[in-house]
Design a protein around this ligand. Structure first.
Ligand code: MRU
Length: 347
């Protein structure tokens, strides 16, 4: 029996405490826990993907607000302005996942009601437990989608490392497995940063779920030849019409599923929906450093002098989506009215 991984995010102590993050850039070879005591450290950890995955970065940022405000000791008069300033600093660390902004807005709301650090820490803890609960409910709603004896393909990492609970897409697989369903998972390696090969494969292996890693470019061919019965992925932001942004390489999977008649599901908590964004065209896509693409594990693979495009996410249009597994149920097309209704009901 392998020991469980250290917790993805953990606040240690009271308002004088610190934040612990499992450094995901080091997995699967090393289990290093970062101890963060200032907001600058949290911004850096989010930007470098030490903590990553839409719900997880929201939770980490909320604790970052506590650290930032604590260090500057604002007066009751300057408290709210200071929280907003720190929230802006954290929000700029990664632009695509809306859970980050969602969590920071909750912190600002808490500060407006009770301008003290205790209230901010209580709100950060509440955000973490709300995300954990949403994650569990996604699993409950989606478990029956898993094809008995079949193969499920997934992209990037959407498990315990990416959330405050069991995950989004992976949280659907865990309860299905525990209830006795048997299936295999193909984990896209997810270039350039290999979240699938490094993190998803690790999480599934530790759970005892059979997993094999797949070069991203192999997925469409296996979907076409009938080797995959379900594709399920997470999301970083879902627009009001159901278009969604997720790790780059997601939209080709949706196209391949559409062409082959294979179900393509998205799993996400209500904190990932952004009704202020009408369609996927309005979702900001993070462009990361070219060296992530021109190199591998710090070694250059492209010829010196050649640059790269490195969009970290892509947008999948809603017409390619079979359903969206959320914490309040599985949404089916037409998505616009169902999303509007669900968002209103979840507030
Ligand atoms: O760049 P990352 O590793 O933060 O990207 C993560 C993803 O794209 C996940 O699929 C997404 O956050 C949703 S599931 C938690």
């Amino acid at each position: 029996m392998t020991a469980p991984l250290p917790r993805t995010i953990r606040w240690v102590g009271d308002t004088g405490g610190h934040l612990e993050l499992l450094d995901q850039t080091k997995l699967p070879t090393e289990e290093v826990v970062l101890e963060l005591r200032d907001v600058e450290g949290v911004v850096d950890a989010i930007a470098r993907l030490c903590v990553r995955g839409a719900p997880a970065i929201g939770v980490a940022a909320a604790y970052g607000v506590v650290l930032g405000v604590r260090a500057r000791a604002p007066t009751p008069q300057t408290f709210l302005g200071m929280v907003a300033e720190i929230a802006n600093q954290l929000s700029a660390s990664r632009p695509t996942a809306v859970n980050l902004r969602w969590a920071l807005e909750r912190c600002i709301g808490a500060a407006a009601e009770r301008p003290n650090v205790d209230a901010l820490l209580a709100e950060a803890r509440a955000i973490q437990s709300d995300e954990e609960l949403m994650s569990r409910k996604i699993g409950e709603h989606g478990a029956e989608l898993v094809p008995e004896g079949g193969t499920v393909l997934t992209h990037c990492n959407t498990g315990r490392l990416a959330t405050a609970g069991d995950g989004t897409a992976l949280s659907v697989l865990f309860p299905a497995w525990r209830r006795g369903a048997r299936f295999e998972v193909l984990a896209d390696e997810t270039r350039p940063l290999l979240q699938g090969a490094r993190l998803t494969a690790l999480e599934l292996q530790r759970e005892g779920i059979p997993v094999r890693v797949l070069a991203d470019g192999a997925a469409a061919g296996l979907i076409r030849t009938g080797e995959v019965q379900l594709v399920i992925v997470g999301a970083d932001r879902i627009a009001a019409n159901g278009d969604f942004a997720n790790k780059v390489g997601t939209s080709p999977l949706a196209l391949a599923c559409h062409a082959a008649g294979v179900p393509f599901y998205v799993a996400a908590p209500m904190s990932t929906f952004d009704l202020a964004v009408a369609t996927g065209d309005d979702i900001p896509i993070e462009e990361r450093d070219a060296t992530e693409v021109t190199g591998l594990h710090g070694a250059r693979v492209a010829p010196e002098g050649v640059g790269a495009r490195n969009p970290a996410f892509d947008v999948t249009p809603h017409h390619l989506v079979t359903g969206i597994v959320t914490d309040i149920g599985v949404l089916k097309p037409p998505f616009s009215p169902h999303i509007k209704e669900s968002a209103a009901g979840s507030r």
